[in-house]
Ligand binder design. Structure first.
Ligand code: SF4
Length: 286
């Protein structure tokens, strides 16, 4: 059995361990039941359990409309993963099983889950075969794994625009200069057109599979960049394109609300709220 590298408490929100024993701790949701809702995208509001993998090949830092830098909203899975643990696929599946209740959806997020190809294929296969759940993988779209095509139900792909590029000024502002090695790799790798097209092609040959392209947007210029990227891809529909505000807390989200709503309406794209931030604030594992 493969092991997956997860962040600390990377299966959430849960009340029971892999043997069905109750934990003696409070959940960050404030609830006494397992589960939360998907906060973003076409499935926003659906009850889910999350699995959060550790490690990311990118280091997103956006510039907000007020000029301030805003980093990845899950830095503990990308910038700083020192509390990660390797968990066997068996333990993950058993833990999910004991916490599922009436929940039908499992979301595998990161970090970047696609970095762990073999373990991810095994995890998705076991989740599907043993539990029959709907599986969403949230990915930055830089890595394509064709073996997942017949297992995963929704690829939630979030290609990163140039506004996410880290630079020395942003790293200095956020006290993250230790990450300066990533300036070049993020900028060079954040868009992989071939991988993105492969995801789209998968859907053409498999109508059970859904995908969404979820863009984190902060500035008006982002609109032209989305159009440029869409021009280089084949087979996306307007309703596949989802705009989401940059920001890690409510005050940051509010800065770009109206501009993004207008951008969505003008282009026939979809706007998504970020319900988990609205409902739970800037809190991990909700
Ligand atoms: S790709 Fe996602 S997880 Fe990785 S740094 Fe960017 S926002 Fe964070």
């Amino acid at each position: 059995m493969q092991k997956m590298r997860l962040v600390k408490d990377g299966i959430f929100p849960i009340t029971k361990d892999e043997n069905g024993n109750l934990f003696n701790k409070k959940l960050n949701t404030g609830f006494d039941i397992s589960g939360t809702i998907q906060g973003e995208g076409v499935l926003a509001g659906i009850p889910v359990l999350f699995i959060r993998t550790a490690g990311c090949n990118l280091r997103c830092i956006w510039t907000l409309p007020n000029g301030k830098a805003s980093a990845c909203d899950t830095p503990y899975s990308s910038f700083n993963v020192h509390e990660s643990t390797n968990v066997s696929v068996t333990k993950i599946v058993n833990t999910i099983k004991n916490n599922l209740g009436n929940i039908k959806h499992v979301v595998i997020s990161g970090g970047e889950p696609m970095l762990q190809k073999n373990a991810l294929i095994e995890l998705c296969t076991e989740l599907k075969n043993q539990l029959g759940v709907h599986i969403t993988i949230e990915t930055n779209g830089t890595i394509f794994i064709k073996e997942l095509a017949d297992i995963v139900n929704l690829f939630s792909i979030s290609p990163k625009l140039s506004n996410s590029n880290p630079n020395i000024e942003k790293l200095e502002e956020l006290n993250l200069l230790s990450q300066s090695d990533f300036i070049e790799t993020h900028t060079k790798n954040r868009i992989n057109t071939e991988a993105l097209q492969n995801f789209i092609n998968l859907r053409k040959s498999n109508n059970r599979l859904s995908l969404q392209f979820k863009f984190v947007v902060a500035l008006a210029d982002d609109e032209n960049e989305i159009h440029d990227l869409l021009m280089s891809l084949n087979g996306l529909k307007n309703e596949d394109i989802i705009l989401m505000q940059a920001g890690a807390d409510i005050a940051e989200l509010r800065q770009s609300d109206k501009a993004i709503l207008q951008m969505a309406i003008k282009n026939g794209w979809r706007y998504t709220p970020r319900l988990h931030i609205e409902l739970f604030g800037k809190t991990e594992n909700v």
